[in-house]
Design a protein around this ligand. Structure first.
Ligand code: ADP
Ligand code: MG
Length: 335
């Protein structure tokens, strides 16, 4: 493709983790109940995402790799609230195809034939019928093989894989009813059961030791009459936080979703940490999985594909509500 297209692709695709994010979002948008992610050498050599979603016909898959094509209609309200379907610009597959060798195998649900489509450096190289199960498998090989400057900038396998792991973990935790698995260099990192509850999903992702002492934060459930959530911008808070003795030196394990979207939020993280008071050793962080709901017009979620930032109109209010909810949950458990 033309240089300009490769530069544009760089807006969407920064590293293997950004490819994984777009592919997993597409699978979830396609109503998948199973999403398998497998990467080689941190994703630099290969990324494969398999789902059992609605799949695509030959026409649809041809269109899917064109520029600015999307099957997902969004009205202006969706765009403003930033929370409708996960994908939002119809350019991810096109961009990924411009900077890799991309193969899509797909069969629509109930359809009797599948299609295999190959894109190489932005050009459709081959389209042929293929025997494949219902759903979609997308394989991305040799990311940035034709953009040496980008390729060079990629970090060591372990670092790239850590980013991939963050992405897949965040979608797994947010979708307990979907079976999500992650494999690196043919070794399984984790696999969730898709059985629908957060607790068992946390166990699959972080292991039994972390999961077993976790405390449920759910101020709506804790009182039979009214919600115990103090007044403030948040309409609801729920999630799990770890026992104060189950901590890590990094805050990577505080996972937050705002109106269903994964974000990194210092406000929320600080509120959770403060709730533990001096129970937490210095420079240690708990595990937490947190879902916040608030009116779309009181929060600005930056939906740029490379960012996961959030700004609350009333961040002090959010902070206070989260801290109180966690304090009460810990207190209830006698912690
Ligand atoms: P967007 O997700 O914004 O629509 P993408 O470039 O990510 O744009 O995908 C383009 C289109 O390809 C989607 O709108 C969808 O119709 C189709 N598509 C992509 N991935 C899948 C998948 N895993 N299953 C079914 N359809 C898919
Ligand atoms: Mg998409």
């Amino acid at each position: 493709p033309k240089t300009v297209e490769r530069i544009a692709a760089g807006e969407v695709v920064e590293r293997p983790a950004s490819v994984v994010k777009e592919l997993v979002e597409n699978s979830l948008d396609a109503d998948a109940s199973r999403v398998e992610v497998a990467v080689q050498r941190g994703g630099k050599d290969g990324i494969r995402v398999t789902d059992d979603g609605i799949g695509m016909s030959e026409d649809e898959v041809r269109r899917a790799v064109e520029k600015h094509t999307t099957s997902k209609i969004r009205d202006i309200e969706d765009l403003e609230s930033g929370v409708a379907t996960l994908g939002f610009r119809g350019e991810a597959l096109h961009a990924i195809g411009a900077v890799s060798r991309l193969t899509i195998k797909t069969r629509p649900r109930g359809g009797d034939t599948g299609t295999e489509l190959r894109v190489e450096g932005g050009d459709v190289a081959e389209v042929k019928p293929a025997g494949c199960p219902e759903g979609t498998t997308i394989e991305v090989e040799d990311l940035f093989y034709n953009v040496p400057a980008r390729r060079k900038y990629l970090k060591q396998d372990g670092t790239e894989f850590a980013h991939v792991n963050d992405v897949v973990t965040s979608y797994a935790l947010a979708n307990p009813d979907v079976r999500v698995s992650l494999t690196h260099d043919d070794r399984e990192t984790f696999a969730t059961t898709g059985q629908g509850d957060l607790q068992s999903t946390v166990m699959s992702v972080y292991g039994r030791e972390v999961a077993k002492g976790m405390v449920e934060v759910d101020p709506d459930e804790s009182d039979e009459n009214d919600s115990n959530l103090p007044d403030g911008p948040l309409e609801s808070v729920s999630g799990l936080v770890s026992h104060p003795e189950t901590t890590r030196a990094s805050n990577d394990y505080v996972t937050t979703y705002v109106n269903g979207r994964y974000v990194r939020s210092g406000t929320v993280r600080d509120a959770i940490v403060d709730a533990y008071g001096n129970q937490l050793a210095p420079d240690r962080y708990p595990f937490a999985v947190f879902f916040l709901e608030l009116p779309a017009d009181t929060v600005d979620v930056n939906v740029h594909p490379r960012k996961m930032e959030v700004r609350f109109a009333d961040s002090d209010g959010v902070r206070e509500q989260v801290q109180t909810a966690v304090e009460e949950a810990l207190l209830r458990e006698g912690i």
